[in-house]
Design a protein around this ligand. Structure first.
Ligand SMILES: Nc1ncnc2c1ncn2[C@@H]1O[C@H](COP(=O)(O)OP(=O)(O)O)[C@@H](O)[C@H]1O
Ligand SMILES: [Mg+2]
Length: 226
């Protein structure tokens, strides 16, 4: 396997170019990518917009995933550049969650459960010429759809309250627009908000600042959702 230049980097993984249309996503801290592979295969087969999984690379590590290279800005970049408005961004996030939650679960026997992403925010949506594609399925699981809506809302609220973020006001606007769209899908009930906040609090990858504003973020979501 010939590993090319670094294309992107998030909180947990680095993404490198490989030869042809493929990229290598490699976790930095030894996280096993096998579970994610099963979810991605299921979602691809269901027609949900995820990066296509490629052939396993030679000398691949358990932390590696080979997938199709996505070309285009992330939704976060497009919002910052002003090429996507807050209203259109909110519409897109709401639609991506709604479509995900329309699919039957892969594992759960509970008829109410759905596949959840649990980290669906603008950095994890890539705007390709063929449409928006959702990446970064490490945290995905199965459960009630309102938990996913609550997670996205809390994550956006944390960003909105981050004084080091240049996009704070924009994220607040995006959050308000998103919550008004969620109202048609069942909204963000208080128990789902509490569960999402607890899950965020237990996330070891949360920054110091993210932790400091978490309670305030939950209050912001509750006030805007009311
Ligand atoms: N298939 C892909 N093709 C090209 N770039 C990608 C691809 N997947 C992810 N990226 C880029 O790498 C970044 C980090 O990937 P991501 O899966 O979100 O990992 P993390 O868990 O570290 O956030 C993304 O924000 C995106 O810019
Ligand atoms: Mg990411």
């Amino acid at each position: 396997m010939h590993i090319g230049p670094l294309l992107g980097s998030g909180r947990t993984a680095d993404v490198y170019a490989l030869d042809g249309p493929w990229v290598l996503r490699r976790y930095r801290d030894g996280i096993d990518a096998t579970g994610e592979l099963a979810v991605l295969s299921y979602l691809s087969a269901s027609g949900y917009p995820v990066p296509r999984i490629g052939p396993p690379a030679e000398e691949a590590l358990p932390t590696d995933l080979v997938m199709r290279r996505l070309t285009g800005p992330t939704l976060a970049e497009a919002l910052r550049a002003g090429t996507v408005t807050e209203g259109a961004g909110a519409e897109l996030l709401a639609r991506l969650l709604r479509e995900l939650h329309a699919l039957p679960p892969r594992l759960s026997q509970d008829p109410e459960d759905r596949i959840l992403h649990l980290d669906l925010h603008p950095e994890n949506v890539v705007m390709t010429s063929g449409g928006a594609v959702v990446t970064d399925w490490l945290t995905s699981g199965e459960g009630p759809p309102e938990l996913d809506r609550a997670m996205t809302s809390v994550i956006l609220a944390q960003g909105a309250l981050d004084p080091t973020s240049p996009a704070g006001d924009q994220l607040r606007e995006l959050l308000a627009a998103l919550l008004s769209r969620f109202a048609d899908d069942g909204g963000v009930p208080a128990d789902a908000l509490a569960r999402a906040t607890a899950l965020r609090a237990a996330d070891p990858r949360l920054t110091t600042h993210g932790t400091a504003v978490l309670d305030e973020a939950a209050e912001l979501v509750a006030s805007l959702a009311a």
